[in-house]
Design a protein around this ligand. Structure first.
Ligand SMILES: Nc1ncnc2c1ncn2[C@@H]1O[C@H](COP(=O)(O)OP(=O)(O)O)[C@@H](O)[C@H]1O
Ligand SMILES: [Mg+2]
Length: 258
């Protein structure tokens, strides 16, 4: 059993208009096997939270901790965080021309585990995982995400999740831009990986439709840089019906913040 504990996290970013505080006192505890949905309006800081936890250098931590089994991730380099068991599926996965998917995955697995995976079982596992995600075997030799469609990038993120078997997975809008079939395939991939490795999930999403496939235990509303409400799965239905208006800062409209 592992625990990820985010405590009183404040973070800011340098913008053209000067330094802007985006995370404003984030508190959250996730345990192995739990799925937390993090829902909120555009521009509320959900991706910033994901990036800050993963160690993106743009986001400066002003205060707070993110303890994975008591060790503060925020004091580690991004690769140390991955080795500690944190995984991020990005909202906009990055293209890495010149690095093939197989090389990338094998290198990542070797780094995360501290030893190279046995070649025969690895190749077999990778081939099977790709097949289940309905990815053409040709993708193995293509450069990471280069020229992939939106849906293919999301599948590639889930492939990484399956192969790397983290302790905690942050899925940042893994549902965005997917048609119904792709959404199902991607969700099944997440569920399969979770069944095998029992990791904790922080599932960032703007819409409730992915929650039909990946069932959250706990639903949080994230607005203006911190959590403003927590509830059970029924909270997602309320949000679907009523939107995020009641959680927006006074006078702000969603379009103004998007
Ligand atoms: N690198 C950055 N440079 C400038 N502004 C940023 C940067 N990252 C985030 N922001 C701003 O921080 C706010 C939160 O963004 P984001 O975390 O992407 O929100 P969400 O994922 O909830 O839609 C937005 O107003 C966005 O413009
Ligand atoms: Mg986002």
């Amino acid at each position: 059993m592992h625990t990820l504990e985010i405590k009183d996290l404040y973070a800011s970013v340098e913008t053209k208009e000067g330094r802007k505080q985006i995370l404003k006192g984030v508190n959250l505890t996730v345990k192995s096997g739990e799925t937390h949905a993090i829902m909120g309006p555009n521009g509320s800081g959900k991706s910033t939270l994901a990036y800050t936890l993963a160690g993106h250098p743009k986001y400066e931590i002003e205060q707070g901790q993110a303890l994975l089994d008591g060790q503060d991730l925020l004091l580690m380099t991004p690769d140390e965080r991955a080795k500690a068991g944190l995984f991020l599926a990005m909202q906009y996965p990055v293209e890495v021309p010149g690095v093939s998917m197989t090389n990338f995955l094998r290198t990542a697995k070797t780094e995360v585990d501290g030893k190279a995976p046995a070649i025969r079982t690895w190749t077999k596992e990778l081939t099977e995982a790709m097949k289940r995600l309905k990815m053409d075997p040709k993708f193995a030799t293509r450069s990471v995400n280069e020229g992939f469609s939106g849906g293919e990038k999301k599948r590639a993120e889930v492939l990484q999740l399956e192969m790397l078997a983290p302790k905690f997975a942050i899925l940042d809008e893994t549902d965005s831009g997917l048609d119904v079939d792709a959404l199902r395939i991607v969700s099944e991939g997440v569920n399969r990986a979770k069944e095998k490795d029992n990791f904790g999930i922080l599932m960032v999403t703007h819409y409730t439709r992915i929650l039909k496939y990946i069932k959250p235990d706990i639903v949080h509303v994230f607005a203006d840089g911190h959590f403003v409400k927590t509830g059970g799965p029924e909270l997602a239905d309320e949000l679907e019906e009523r939107g995020y208006d009641e959680f927006m800062p006074e006078g702000a409209s969603e379009s103004a913040l998007a």
